[in-house]
Design a protein around this ligand. Structure first.
Ligand SMILES: Nc1ncnc2c1ncn2[C@@H]1O[C@H](COP(=O)(O)OP(=O)(O)OP(=O)(O)O)[C@@H](O)[C@H]1O
Length: 332
């Protein structure tokens, strides 16, 4: 019979400390936003673009962010891209604390940790470089010495990315010699050049027709699956939002609802996509109910909340209904 060796004092101490430490919100996730606030001041007027936004994106996820114009999606994406800073809260991407970066950290972060694809195809690429040269540029800017070995590695990575994105034969063309969809594929390759942990895209199919947009969306899926990047896409395109496993809606500067999709096999053996909408519960216990639910039951200002054995029930304000039905007794 073998006996386990007794743990050392240090091992016991480490285990006790780990047990005592509460798990941090979103620990280990690719993206964590914890009560993120962003206030802009324009002409002495304050705009709260993000009002305590919570979001956790796990590694390997492919997420669509949707929401009305002005809800805060681009503000959030700019913060995640390291182009802007939150006013308050905590935001981390791949473990990098976005509130605690100096100029040098920020540059390294933008070159190595995140990749970015913009809506305007022209903004993603330098017009005087070929597709292959555009993809090689981020690797050269990363600062590796120009050795023959590095040049060989860069060329191999360029070929690998262009191949994965199905634009290998277009390597020597200038952006002006490519269609809008082909330019966006090159832009995705540029964003992935330094193998970032997270790929962010702001309306990447906004300037494309629906067939080309479907192809670009497939390219994001390829990057997510084959190059192991966590992908977040801001979109108005219902087709894109309808095809990802997770769609998060932003409303008034907060994440409000979330739709999760999975493929289920029915009794007839056919596959279909099952969808479920969830309201987000923030860390203080607040939820934002979908607007159409509130409108359907005429709920506003105040609701009755009751705890049942297995659910919390939210009902229209009964006191308001009663007083509307029975006008207060006046002087006779
Ligand atoms: N630099 C800025 N200065 C002042 N206000 C700003 C600034 N940037 C954004 N805002 C305001 O913050 C709010 C959120 O804007 P944001 O661009 O993030 O919304 P959005 O959801 O991306 O909208 P859209 O879908 O139209 O791009 C809006 O009220 C906007 O006017």
């Amino acid at each position: 019979m073998t006996t386990e060796p007794a743990p050392s004092y240090r091992e016991l101490q480490r285990a006790a400390l780990a047990a005592a430490e509460p798990a941090r919100y979103g620990e280990g996730a690719a993206i964590v936003c914890d009560r993120v606030v962003r206030i802009f001041t324009a002409e002495k007027v304050e705009v709260q673009a993000l009002q305590g936004l919570d979001l956790v994106v796990e590694r390997g996820d492919l997420v669509a962010l949707v929401g009305a114009s002005g809800s805060g999606k681009s503000t959030l994406l700019n913060i995640l891209a390291g182009l802007d800073s939150p006013t308050a809260g905590r935001a981390t991407v791949d473990g990098c604390d976005l509130l605690d970066m100096n100029a040098r950290d920020r540059l390294r972060y933008r070159r190595e940790v995140v990749g970015f694809v913009w809506q305007q195809t022209a903004r993603n690429l330098l017009p005087f470089l070929t597709a292959a040269q555009n993809v090689a540029l981020p690797m050269q800017l990363r600062g590796a010495r120009r050795t023959r070995g590095a040049a060989k590695r860069h060329a191999a990575r360029v070929a690998e990315l262009l191949e994965a994105l199905e634009i290998g034969p277009l390597a020597d063309r200038l952006p002006a010699q490519l269609s809008g969809g082909q330019q966006q594929r090159v832009a995705i390759a540029v964003a992935m050049a330094n193998n970032p942990a997270v790929l962010l895209a702001d309306e990447p199919t906004g300037e494309l027709d629906s067939e080309t947009a479907a192809g670009i969306f497939d390219a994001f899926r390829t990057v997510n699956r084959e190059l192991a990047a966590t992908v977040v896409i801001v979109t108005h395109d219902p087709m894109v939002a309808g095809e990802v496993r997770r769609t998060v809606a932003v409303r008034d500067g907060r994440t409000s609802t979330e739709v999760l999709r999975s493929t289920v096999v029915g009794e007839d053996g056919a596959e279909r996509v099952s969808e479920r909408e969830y309201a987000m519960l923030d860390r203080t216990g607040r939820i934002q109910l979908p607007r159409h639910f509130l409108a359907a039951l005429g709920m506003e200002h105040r609701v009755a909340v009751d705890l049942a054995a297995d659910r919390i029930e939210v009902r229209p304000d009964e006191a308001a209904e009663l007083s509307a039905a029975r006008p207060p007794a006046g002087p006779s």
